[in-house]
Design a protein around this ligand. Structure first.
Ligand code: RB5
Length: 149
């Protein structure tokens, strides 16, 4: 199950992403917003990050104007690894190396076609283990306040 959320700045991308998911038969929970009317992106970041880190969803997708603010807010939730993606290479590598569990994109930065392409790559790229597992464990240790460097 995929958790979806956006503000007014990312609403256009989310419409396109939902169309893609519907066509592929991929299930999602939509946490809003549901129009281009101005709203506060942390609300949607929080709902999606909580759904992904313990609410029954495996992956989240968040869109705002830049993808940045909504990622910053999502990453305040323990266990969230939200990544801003602006190109195909980033969409792939943040899954392989960073084990990103939330894809963030900006409606004022990329096109709807790009958002669908990056979503497709993100959803179809596995996490790589080995040295990357160790680094993700370090990120988690920082989050838990037990990291020593
Ligand atoms: C809203 O105007 C805008 O600030 C928001 O969508 C996002 O870009 C924040 O990072």
């Amino acid at each position: 199950m995929i958790a979806l959320g956006c503000d007014h700045g990312g609403f256009n991308l989310m419409v396109a992403i939902k169309k893609y998911l519907d066509e592929k038969g991929i299930e999602y929970t939509d946490f809003g917003t549901d129009s281009a009317e101005s709203v506060d992106y942390p609300v949607y970041a929080y709902k999606v990050a909580k759904a992904v880190t313990g609410g029954g969803c495996d992956i989240g997708i968040l869109c705002c104007g830049t993808g940045i603010g909504i990622a910053m807010a999502a990453n305040k939730v323990k266990g969230a690894r939200a990544a801003v993606v602006n190109n195909e290479f980033g969409a792939e590598m943040t899954r392989r190396h960073n084990h990103a569990n939330i894809l963030c994109m900006g409606g004022r930065v990329i096109t709807e076609e790009e958002a669908v392409k990056f979503t497709d790559i993100f959803l179809n790229t596995p996490e790589e283990g080995g040295r990357h597992d160790k680094r993700i464990a370090m990120i988690t240790a920082i989050e838990e306040g037990i990291f020593e460097a």
